[in-house]
Ligand binder design. Structure first.
Ligand code: NAD
Length: 287
């Protein structure tokens, strides 16, 4: 694999940042992979596990020397880190992020720079798990997964190409999408299911005999609620950052549940079977 960049700095060495750093290193896609994390234990673990070649302790010096910077911190911290590195960013440095929401990242960049820099290409890997931290990093995490990048009309085409090639070279399929469309689609396919899982488990956990309920939970319950073990702070940030799109999807979902409730209450088998049959056909079509 030809070297895509000399020095890639990954800021936030958790599950996603650590997995990307590890994949870039394993496949020799850039000359040096440098990690930075505000948690020194994560940084040291990254070095010890061979996920990064260099651990940066001075964020500004590392950012000033990087050709590509990947922001892999929680959604809310992206603006904080952007503000920190802003004074030392070189005009030729290519910047990207991995945040699960894109509208807020674009708004943060606009607020800080006055515009979205031409070489800042927002991105979002559609891969991950309920685990967090560098110990869960996996160099194969992005293989056969999609990564959505959301360039803007003014984005530098060379920067778009480099970020797309970076993800392709770690095994991902890269798609381009408009920022608002990304946030609408992800609210439906990722954010709503996570929030429903949290809400279901929380509701059941408050029942008096919840230990009994969970003891008898079978595969369906485990499948449906696996993501309720995800990091609460991460999902707090996503919930607020994509508020409008998520509220809209919660309202649509609530109407759907109301329709199902009414069908059950009134013994309306036609309506019930209609809902289940349409859902089964749709699920089989896309899986
Ligand atoms: P994580 O908790 O595993 O890692 C985040 C890391 O960022 C931590 O090591 C933390 O110490 C560090 N960090 C936090 N604030 C920082 C700051 N101000 N400066 C430097 N380091 C800081 O989280 P993750 O799952 O890797 O998620 C990272 C990003 O990836 C988030 O924006 C998330 O929305 C996105 N994402 C996550 C998944 C997933 O399934 N986990 C999937 C796609 C995208």
């Amino acid at each position: 694999m030809r070297c895509l960049a000399e020095r890639v700095l990954v800021i936030g060495l958790g599950l996603i940042g650590g997995s990307l750093a590890s994949a870039l290193r394993t496949r020799g896609i850039c000359r040096t992979v440098i990690g930075y994390d505000r948690d020194s234990d994560e940084l040291e673990a990254g070095l010890r596990l061979g996920i990064i070649e260099e651990a940066a302790t001075d964020l500004l010096a590392a950012a000033a020397g990087a050709d590509v910077i990947v922001l892999a911190v929680p959604v809310k911290a992206i603006e904080t880190v952007l503000a920190e590195i802003l004074p030392v960013l070189r005009p030729d440095t290519i910047l990207t992020d991995v945040g699960s929401v894109k509208g807020n990242v674009v708004r943060s960049a606009t607020g800080l720079f006055g515009y979205v820099p031409r070489r800042f290409i927002p991105g979002h890997p559609i891969a991950g798990s309920e685990k967090s931290g560098v110990a869960a990093a996996d160099a194969t995490l992005f293989e056969h997964h999609k990564v959505i990048i959301t360039p803007l009309p003014q984005s530098d085409p060379d920067a778009v190409t480099l970020i797309a090639r970076m993800w392709q070279s770690v095994g991902a399929q890269v798609l381009q999408m408009d920022v608002d469309r990304h946030d609408e689609v992800l609210a439906a396919t990722s954010h709503l299911p996570h929030l429903l899982a949290f809400s279901l488990v929380d509701t059941l956990a408050q029942e008096q005999d919840c230990n009994d309920i969970f003891r008898y939970a079978a595969g369906g319950f485990r499948d449906f609620t696996r993501v309720a073990a995800s990091d609460p702070t991460m999902w707090h940030d996503i919930g607020l950052a994509n508020k409008q799109a998520i509220l809209q999807k919660i309202d649509e979902f609530t109407s759907g549940v109301d329709r199902l409730r009414k069908a059950i209450e009134t013994d309306d088998s036609v309506a019930m079977l209609g809902i289940f049959t349409r859902a089964k056909a749709a699920r089989e079509h896309f899986s």
